[in-house]
Design a protein around this ligand. Structure first.
Ligand SMILES: NC(=O)c1ccc[n+]([C@@H]2O[C@H](COP(=O)([O-])OP(=O)(O)OC[C@H]3O[C@@H](n4cnc5c(N)ncnc54)[C@H](O)[C@@H]3O)[C@@H](O)[C@H]2O)c1
Length: 343
């Protein structure tokens, strides 16, 4: 018999993986709880038209494991988990689908708390909330992106200080890939700090806005890797850093919001060898989950900013240790997380 789940690279000792289905609503979903050492598992619910069930399993395990690392390094009292609903978010959504997910979460008794993610919205989460209290990111004030952007900004400041020996971003050039919810707000902060922006996106509207409001120079989507910049800020897709793009990169720092930026684990070492300082994705982009976690735990929103700003201090420690031990920053970030959740 071939091992399908337990031998998956990302299975990595998941505590629990639950397959949920409901005939009436057509729900087909997977809830993955990677680790609850630090608290209930928290991570968003992704809705995606997966080409196969195996791909859905692989995705939920990868994302759930990643949340354990992100939440641990951010110093949050929560573990890591994630859920996926198999279906097309444009055509297959119904309130009943999310109510059925809520019932499934309720059966787990709070071991996993969900929120919005790619393909789901605060409105969908409101339907989940009719059946369970184990859901966050609700309401008008639920958008975590501004906090993710703030975390990226303080992360970029820490990287510049460590690697370029500068206290200011004034006059530095940042190549921003993706001007969506996080990327645009991050670019706005960079512009306000005196950085020059070179930007790429597949949406022309965002580019025009950046050109007018932020004096940004626009380049083609594929040309962003070749820009003569100090910082490369991936804020669109995952896995943009690979042997090919690293060879083209002129930037000396990578500091962006995208999840899973390294195409493969060895890319962290490739960046180090090239003298590029990489701000590990799950450390620098934790601002959003910090905001969602505070909301869920009923902690005051006024304290969120200070917690998000700690991302800069955490990164400074990661950079210093990586330098001392002559290893990649991604390896150090993994070790910092593991020391917290592996007890
Ligand atoms: N929103 C958050 O709080 C948050 C938190 C942690 C991580 N992230 C990650 O940060 C990234 C951005 O998130 P977001 O919420 O801003 O998403 P978004 O969908 O609002 O923005 C993504 C932007 O990238 C653009 N884009 C798509 N393909 C592109 C390409 N090939 N080249 C250049 N641009 C392209 C899109 O047009 C869009 O403007 C994602 O990888 C996301 O997983 C987001």
């Amino acid at each position: 018999m071939s091992a399908f789940i337990f031998n998956e690279l990302n299975f990595d000792n998941h505590e629990q993986v639950v397959f949920v289905s409901e005939a009436k609503s057509g729900l087909k979903g997977i809830i993955a709880i990677h680790n609850t050492t630090l608290g209930p598992a928290m991570g968003g619910c992704r809705m995606w038209d997966y080409a196969s069930e195996a791909l859905a399993v692989n995705d939920v395990l990868r994302l759930s494991r990643g949340m354990t690392y992100k939440n641990a390094v951010a110093g949050l009292p929560i573990g890591g988990g994630k859920s996926v609903i198999i279906g097309n978010p444009k055509t297959d959504k119904t309130p009943a689908l999310f109510e059925a997910l809520g019932e499934a979460l309720e059966r787990l008794g709070g071991r996993y708390v969900t929120a919005e993610d790619v393909g789901t919205s605060p409105q969908d989460m409101a339907h989940v909330a009719t059946k369970t209290r184990y859901v966050a990111g609700l309401g008008d004030n639920g958008d975590p992106s501004p906090y993710t952007a703030l975390g990226c900004f303080v992360g970029a400041q820490a990287a510049v200080k460590h690697h370029l020996g500068r206290d200011s971003l004034e006059g530095l050039t940042v190549a921003v890939q993706g001007l969506g919810h996080v990327g645009y707000d991050y670019a706005r902060r960079l512009h306000a700090a005196g950085a020059k922006l070179v930007v790429a996106d597949i949406e022309t509207q965002a580019l025009e806005r950046a050109r007018h409001e932020l004096a940004a120079t626009v380049v083609d989507v594929d040309a962003i890797y070749d820009v003569q910049a100090d910082i490369y800020a991936p804020c669109a897709l995952g896995a943009t850093l690979n042997a090919n793009t690293i060879a083209r990169l002129k930037a000396r720092i990578v500091a962006g919001a995208a999840n899973n930026q390294l195409a493969t684990a060895d890319v962290g070492e490739m960046l180090r060898q090239k003298g590029v300082l990489y701000a590990p994705d799950f450390v620098i982009n934790a601002g959003g989950i910090i905001k969602v976690c505070y909301e869920y735990l009923g902690k005051p929103e006024s304290d969120v900013e200070a917690h998000v700003r700690e991302i800069g201090d955490t990164l400074a420690e990661v950079f210093a240790r990586a330098g001392r031990e002559a290893v990649s920053t991604s390896v150090v970030a993994d070790q910092v997380a593991q020391a917290r959740f592996k007890r």
